[in-house]
Write a protein that binds this ligand. Sequence first.
Ligand code: FES
Ligand code: FES
Length: 152
Amino acid sequence: MPVTIKVNGVDHPIDATPDTPLLWVIRDHIQMTGTKFGCGMSLCGSCTVHLDGQPIRSCVTPLSAAAGKSITTIEGVNSPAAKAIQQAWTELEVAQCGYCQSGQIMSATALLEQNTDPTDEEINTAMAGNICRCATYVRIRKAIKQAATQLT
Ligand code: FES
Ligand code: FES
């Protein structure tokens, strides 16, 4: 029996077992590959998407937990906070290899959607689970602060 999930505002019937990781569903069933696989164990943040507006690790979230909820991926995130984040990311050339960046942007966007003037400590807390092997952390922090100025 297919489960229907809503991704970026569009309903998708998914024929998979309830324990299938949401990341597999997004990448392999819906063919949206902007969300990345890193560790598969909720340790790196590269698979971050929003579930009803909250950042979650899609590699450890089963399909059954997403049924009836709204999922937003990097392909569909377009709130004012997301636009400010994406603009700052571009202007400050945050990305290096880019692999972690969709997850970084999803976590940063969720932060600014809930808090338009985060302190350094609040940024640290919100971004702590997102690892960047290229060590773009300084630019990420700067971009979050620059984006925040567009929202206040
Ligand atoms: S792939 Fe999900 S947290 Fe690393
Ligand atoms: S930009 Fe390369 S891992 Fe983050």
